[in-house]
Write a protein that binds this ligand. Structure first.
Ligand code: ADP
Ligand code: MG
Length: 161
């Protein structure tokens, strides 16, 4: 994918309570404005990369880009699971992500257990791949150096910053 690595930033909004947190895999949703700005060659599916909440530490992440059933699949959504245990929710805070690589396309599952197993294997793959030097170096990208202003609705979309 020509657009990778892809950097973007936006305020975490409420999702549609599909119970991700109950499964132990909370996913932070980006606002529509961020999703709408995705380049055309970023396909739906599962990505891995780096994530940061406000000016906090940079953590590994997995992200799902897919069609949102809430909007009868007419609207794409971007949901990031940060591979880190946070003490509190971070709704309204600024999430910065570097999408680094692609894991797999979207797919359906026969059962909830099968879905959870797939996500755990995605997390494992992200964990491994992100330890490669070429991916580790993206943590030092200027994108993560600039202090995030906590102005509401701050949005940034771009790549190769
Ligand atoms: P929603 O439907 O509102 O997205 P989720 O059950 O998916 O609800 O939970 C997502 C929220 O959980 C995020 O918006 C964030 O505030 C919080 N959260 C806590 N830990 C994490 C994490 N490790 N990764 C992503 N979000 C997290
Ligand atoms: Mg969610």
């Amino acid at each position: 994918m020509r657009s990778l690595p892809y950097f973007c930033r936006g305020q975490v909004v409420r999702g549609f309570g599909r119970g991700s947190k109950e499964l132990g895999i909370p996913t932070a949703n980006f606002p529509e404005s961020v999703v709408d700005n995705l380049p055309a060659d970023i396909s739906t599916g599962i990505y891995y990369g780096w994530a940061r909440v406000d000016n906090g530490d940079i953590h590994k992440m997995v992200m799902s880009i897919g069609w949102n059933p809430y909007y009868k699949n007419t609207k794409k959504s971007m949901e990031t699971h940060v591979i880190h245990k946070f003490k509190e929710d971070f709704y309204g805070q600024t999430l910065s992500v570097a999408m680094v690589g692609y894991i797999r396309p979207e797919r359906g599952f026969e059962s909830l257990d099968e879905l959870i197993a797939a996500i755990h294997s995605d997390i494992e793959e992200a964990n491994m791949k992100l330890d490669l030097p070429e991916h580790l170096k993206l943590k030092k990208n200027n994108f993560f150096k600039t202090a995030v202003l906590t102005t509401p609705n701050q949005i940034l979309n771009g790549h190769r910053l």
